[in-house]
Design a protein around this ligand. Structure first.
Ligand code: URA
Length: 484
């Protein structure tokens, strides 16, 4: 006699286990049960055909812990066949306790594959959820909503990840398979399907700029890219509509990159160096001005870095800027342009600060070290971190910039800037995101260097770090607004 059972099937182990236990205790065989997932149609059929389990005739079945673990994950899969597959495995395990170790067994293979798909879907959710700000919640907390379309019932198992990572904001993740919400104290989970909200915000542009800046046409591997960021997720990713265009232009971009690749000896390199060497030591600009200081630094030979760099890249910005941003050292493009933060890291910085309402032209932007340190590799010049000796030599110029500009707030981007600005050996992660008083009555705010964001290989970490960096810039914007 066939029995029919209808489960809500939202990845709830207890629900399936209770039904399975009752059937197993009554000795009902796998082929005698028609497992269904709740739907209007299944409910009707259930009312018509439901059969209570037969009276208990057997002692309870037992299973190894690995089965419980597997069942917990498989039950999150959306394939309606998952319930019967697990019930069959439950019966078969009574005869063969080692069954789950038989890698070639058809039921085991199917269950493991389902579990793998569930884990993959959960991983993608942690990487591709994009929060949109929707205003302020109580007690000054910021409020965000995200829309995500998972393949499986993974909201419950993934929610704790977001709770851990985004504790300091209120958020709701809405999906067609339920929702999760956090208000700083309580995680609320619901199985009720949500409607897609109509959401866009300023961070959409940020994601797009970020994506363009990390997209390396020379490394384009279409298959790997689509495996990492499958097309089905694209429609909810603000950056995704750029992808087809970027792919289409990748080849021409690579050719252009090759054509303008930095060489060890650029045609104008020697000329610029020569000009820099011939600059008058006594600057023409009035003494005590930034122009004079910059001209003087142009002839700097305080450390060996000047020998290979094209030119000194001095700071730039208003003489009376209230905020000074300090990076590490000029990169390849800055070395050629003679201006700080004009390459990829600068572009990312520009976008993030503009996004939070900071006007770059109001900032004084400089570096701890004023010459590009690199190692030639073929035609390319590979960035090398300056050592503490070089940082110390260059502190001469940074101190003079600080003395002239007298910023109220200094932003150290990365560990080199932090080391140049403080004598205390603080670890960046210990002081990041906080405003602190430093010598000379100044306030220092520490954050990561934008190049760090450009280098993170893991999508999920990258996304988190982008949000943290933006939050740091937002805090700086608040400090600027409250000071001014
Ligand atoms: N990185 C820096 O630290 N400074 C620049 O100017 C460019 C990249």
């Amino acid at each position: 006699m066939m029995r029919r059972v209808v489960l809500a099937g939202r990845g709830d182990l207890a629900e399936w286990r209770d039904a399975a236990r009752a059937f197993a205790a009554a000795g009902i065989l796998p082929e005698e049960i028609d497992w269904r997932e709740r739907s209007a149609e299944a409910d009707l059929a259930f009312q018509r055909d439901a059969m209570p389990p037969a009276p208990v005739t057997r002692k309870p079945m037992t299973v190894p812990p690995a089965f419980i673990e597997l069942a917990e994950t498989v039950l999150c899969h959306s394939d309606p066949a998952r319930f019967s597959l697990l019930y069959r495995l439950l019966w078969r395990l009574q005869l063969d306790r080692q069954l789950l170790e038989v890698a070639s067994d058809e039921d085991v293979v199917r269950a493991r594959l389902m579990a793998k798909n569930v884990r993959r879907d959960a991983h993608k959710m942690t990487a591709f959820v994009r929060f949109k700000e929707v205003g302020a919640a109580a007690a000054g907390r910021r409020k965000f909503i995200a829309w995500f379309e998972p393949d499986h019932h993974i909201v419950r198992r993934t929610a704790p990840f977001f709770q851990r990572r985004f504790t300091d904001m209120d958020w709701l993740i809405a999906t067609p398979k339920g929702s999760a919400a956090w208000d700083g104290a309580r995680l609320t989970l619901s199985d009720a399907p949500c409607e897609k909200p109509n959401l866009t915000d300023a961070t959409d542009d940020l994601w797009r700029t970020y994506y363009v800046s990390i997209f390396n046409p020379a490394r384009l591997k279409l298959k790997a890219m689509q495996a990492e960021m499958p097309k089905k997720y694209w429609k909810n990713l603000p950056e995704a509509d750029l992808i087809p265009g970027l792919i289409a232009s990748a080849e021409s971009q690579v050719r252009a990159m090759a054509a303008r690749e930095a060489t060890q000896s650029l045609p104008f390199h020697d000329r610029l160096q020569e000009a820099a060497r011939n600059l008058p030591i006594e600057p023409e600009a009035p003494a005590g001005t930034l122009e004079a200081l910059s001209a003087e630094a142009g002839a700097c030979t305080r450390c060996p870095l000047h020998a290979k760099a094209t030119q000194t890249v001095f700071g730039e910005g208003p003489r009376d800027a209230e905020v000074m941003f300090v990076g590490e050292q000029p990169g390849d493009q800055e070395d050629i342009a003679g201006r700080p933060f004009v390459g990829p890291a600068g572009k990312l910085l520009d976008q993030v600060i503009a996004d939070v309402g900071i006007d770059r032209s109001a900032l004084y932007v400089t570096n701890a070290v004023k010459h590009f340190k690199y190692e030639p590799r073929g035609k390319r010049r590979i960035h090398q971190k300056p050592n503490m000796g070089e940082v110390k030599h260059c502190r001469w110029w940074l101190d003079l910039e600080l003395a002239l500009v007298k910023p109220k707030l200094i932003v150290a981007m990365g560990a080199t800037a932090l080391a140049a600005l403080t004598d205390v050996k603080e670890r960046l992660q210990d002081v990041r995101g906080k405003a602190m008083a430093i010598e000379g009555g100044r306030t220092l705010f520490v954050t990561v260097h934008p190049s760090y964001l450009l280098r993170i290989p893991d999508e999920r970490l990258k996304a988190e770090e982008m949000v943290r960096f933006r939050n740091d810039m937002l805090e700086i914007q608040r400090l600027m607004a409250s000071a001014g």
